[in-house]
Ligand binder design. Structure first.
Ligand code: UDP
Length: 325
């Protein structure tokens, strides 16, 4: 092997929101990228700016099917899964296939290739948590048969499978628990609070708050999340690590008001019945481990991150309304 061979990162879900930002970051760090996506919720638009990069290759494939790759891979990152609550009903089986079979196939690939494997897990493994903030040692409060369970349990299974491969075969693994992350390249029709509120605010439509809006989320800007992913991958840490922003815990009501203000909108807030069962009432990461092990902490304030995100969606809206028929 040439000592100058560029190391290759396979990003499963590389056309998705976080995955596409990872493609950018690893290219910038001098890696080759194999971006794998079945484009069910991922979008080629997210990586359109990379198609002419010599070190970027896109492969349309579904990780739930066996994966054959005839080139050397050094890192396998599993960021492939529909992840928005609006996907939990229509894509229930697809989510479970991605979490179960998809993770299995990627772990097998990492084993064959002697590659480092990273599982993108989620704060959803904590369910509707009974402790806040949530440390990695908290085992969670998950309804195993509820509507959210397709995602929560698939991700819990994927963590268990990752640990089993490490214990049984000694492969190098990382488990990252992602808390709510936002920023450019979220799907406009993603159904999540931030894209919904921003698009409603930009159009002057009513802002749809589920329930009384007292439920909280802690919101991490995507650049901070990606920095956490990068540092965790390059570390030796095999136990799960939370990556999220505890300083931004905010009620959904306050989030809506903030977005309306930043967008300079006249939209009014409306309160509708929460369509999501088992909706977590509080979510806030304990990031003591990330701070200590990775020297990582988020830097982007909610105001700044939301400003970038509002700019992104308003440009996107202009470009789609200006497109000729
Ligand atoms: N939510 C809301 N209005 C919307 C979309 C979401 O009030 O138009 C609420 C949702 O019920 C939840 C919170 O915002 O309590 C965060 O939901 P999101 O879909 O962003 O992600 P989650 O953190 O639940 O995965």
């Amino acid at each position: 092997m040439s000592s100058h061979r560029k190391r290759t990162v396979l990003v499963a879900g590389g056309s998705g929101f976080i995955g596409s930002h990872l493609c950018d970051r690893f290219l910038k760090e001098g890696y080759r990228i194999l971006c794998l996506d079945n484009l069910q919720t991922g979008r080629t638009d997210n990586t359109a700016h990379l198609v002419n990069e010599p070190d970027f290759q896109f492969i349309q494939a579904d990780i739930a099917e066996p994966i054959r790759i005839n080139q050397k891979i050094d890192y396998v990152l599993n960021f492939a899964s529909p992840a928005s609550p609006v996907d939990f009903d229509p894509l229930s089986i697809e989510i479970m296939r991605a979490g179960a079979w998809g993770t299995y196939h990627l772990l097998e690939l990492a084993l064959r290739q002697n590659a480092v494997f990273m599982q993108a897990s989620t704060s959803e493994v904590y369910g509707d948590p009974l402790v806040s903030p949530q440390p990695e040692s908290y085992w969670g409060n998950v309804n195993p048969i509820g509507r959210r369970s397709v995602y929560d349990e698939a991700k819990r299974y994927a963590e268990a499978l990752t640990m089993a491969f490490r214990r049984k075969y000694g492969i190098e693994t990382r488990i990252l628990r992602i808390f709510n992350t936002y920023g450019p390249r979220m799907r406009p029709d993603d159904g999540r609070a931030i894209p919904n509120f921003i698009n409603q605010a930009l159009k002057g439509d009513d802002i749809t708050i589920h329930g009384d809006g007292s439920q909280t989320r802690s919101l991490c800007y995507v650049d901070d999340e990606v920095e956490g992913v990068y540092r965790l991958l390059m570390s030796n840490e095999t136990e799960p690590v939370n990556i999220g922003n505890p300083d931004t815990e905010v009620t959904i009501l306050k989030l809506a008001e903030t977005i309306v203000r930043i967008a300079g909108s006249k939209s009014r807030l409306t309160f509708i019945e929460n369509p999501h069962s088992d909706d977590p009432k509080r979510r806030c990461p304990d990031i003591a481990r990330a701070r200590k092990l990775l020297g990582w902490e988020p830097r982007v304030s909610l105001q700044e991150g939301l400003r970038h995100t509002v700019d992104y969606f308003s440009k996107l809206m202009r470009s789609t309304t200006e497109k000729p028929n």
